[in-house]
Design a protein around this ligand. Structure first.
Ligand SMILES: O=P(O)(O)O[C@@H]1[C@@H](OP(=O)(O)O)[C@H](OP(=O)(O)O)[C@H](O)[C@H](OP(=O)(O)O)[C@H]1OP(=O)(O)O
Ligand SMILES: Nc1ncnc2c1ncn2[C@@H]1O[C@H](COP(=O)(O)OP(=O)(O)O)[C@@H](O)[C@H]1O
Ligand SMILES: [Mg+2]
Ligand SMILES: [Mg+2]
Length: 358
């Protein structure tokens, strides 16, 4: 009956069968009455990776359903939605959000609809300077760790003169050069290591120049979905020794060393490098970040300063990242389907309570 389905698909097919689905059919048994309608505006790639059948099946059990938003029609003619979930980049969605005032009008007419997440808050982390603003001032003093952001400088034009400004700003080489804007294209992930000031002239602004922090070649990706936190280990750039700093000149592009395929969760690593950040610390950090960033769906890339116990640097923040890696048939964030269903279910409960209180 299930032919040669991959294990994940086999499990989903079984789920559908147990729930009374005909394979691929939509007959539903055992589903709750509809509790939450989530309208989504996602790229085809993101829809494919996020709306895995297992997520939809588990969601329907809780009365949560996902409905695609038609970008060619006004939002007000669609729905009604309880939640608008979006991650689109580029002009098409900006038109929906801002130019035609579509999403803003919709929000004003339907204040009860939750927009995940506010476009302005997402915009802030699409810029590698503003994404990290305010993090170093977070009040985490009574936790088992401390958080910093690497010293960095924005170069908007003429990277030749940036060398002097970088030295004046006290930045120490090597520097990681990152595109200032994140636009969902591969270009916004083209990063370089610059070992000396002369090599900066070869880089194309707008950029962020960020001090490289030795961290033992392992980084931590901390996923935040509402109140839930999950942390995974990924391989990262190795330390750069003083000897190498003295010998190497130039600028070098490096690949996406910490992508989902570079999981270090099962690697045998030096605990002083690979030990996960303390849970209370991550909980306190996520709580502060939800307030600072005004986001509920994001992840942060953190590195532990090499040789320290729990001195961490946040180097990247991503909005609602891809959660399922089709290539390896596994969720980048462990149990992401159940985490999201619980997240939306809690939202449905809160909305129901609010309606009853009126
Ligand atoms: O799809 P993927 O697997 O490349 O996921 C990207 C993430 O890669 P990773 O989780 O490290 O594998 C990627 O994470 P990094 O920036 O590489 O740390 C981003 O979250 C990216 O979203 P955006 O384009 O920056 O808004 C994510 O892209 P989207 O899935 O959001 O398009
Ligand atoms: N300041 C830094 N110090 C050390 N390594 C860094 C630094 N910034 C980035 N890296 C390395 O480059 C990788 C990608 O950087 P990141 O800022 O997360 O860009 P992206 O958004 O493309 O993931 C990180 O996972 C880490 O391996
Ligand atoms: Mg990153
Ligand atoms: Mg990123």
């Amino acid at each position: 009956m299930f032919g040669t389905l991959a294990s994940g698909e086999l499990e989903t097919a079984r789920l559908r069968r147990d729930l009374g689905f005909s394979c691929g059919g939509i007959r539903m048994e055992g589903e709750q009455t509809q509790k939450l309608v989530v309208g989504y505006a996602l790229t085809p790639k993101k829809k494919k990776s996020f709306l895995q059948p297992k997520l939809e099946v588990l969601a329907r059990r809780k009365g949560i359903c996902f409905v695609p938003i038609d970008l060619n029609r006004p939002l007000s003619e669609q729905g009604p939605f309880d939640v608008v979930l979006h991650k689109l980049l580029g002009k098409e969605w900006q038109d929906v959000i801002e130019v035609s005032g579509c999403l803003l009008d919709y929000q004003q007419k339907h204040p009860e609809v939750t927009v995940l997440d506010p476009p302005g808050a997402i915009q802030r982390i699409h810029n590698r300077q503003s994404m990290l603003e305010g993090l170093a001032d977070l009040n985490l003093s009574d936790c088992s760790g401390s958080i910093f952001v690497p010293k960095q400088m924005v170069v908007l034009k003429d990277s030749a003169s940036s060398a002097d400004r970088a030295v004046e700003a006290g930045l120490k080489f090597p520097l990681v050069a990152k595109p200032l804007w994140i636009d969902g294209t591969a270009k916004s992930h083209q990063l370089f290591l610059a070992y000396d000031r002369r090599s900066l002239a070869e880089l194309d602004p707008p950029l962020v120049l960020q001090e490289f922090v030795n961290h033992g070649g392992v980084m931590f990706k901390v996923f935040v979905v509402g109140d839930t936190i999950k942390v995974v280990r990924r391989f990262s750039l190795p330390n750069i020794s003083n000897c190498e700093k003295g010998k190497v000149d130039g600028v070098f592009q490096f690949p996406r060393v910490s992508s989902a395929a570079a999981s270090a969760d099962n690697a045998d690593l030096d605990p002083s490098v690979a030990e996960l950040p303390p849970k209370p610390f991550l909980e306190a950090l996520a709580k502060e970040l939800r307030i600072l960033l005004r986001l509920r769906l994001f992840n942060i890339d953190m590195i532990r300063e090499h040789g320290s116990k729990n001195v961490f640097y946040v180097i990247d923040i991503n909005y609602f990242p891809g959660l399922y890696l089709k290539l390896f048939c596994y969720a980048k964030m462990p149990d992401y389907e159940q985490v999201f269903v619980d997240f939306f279910h809690d939202m449905a409960q809160a909305k129901q309570k609010k309606r009853h209180c009126k």
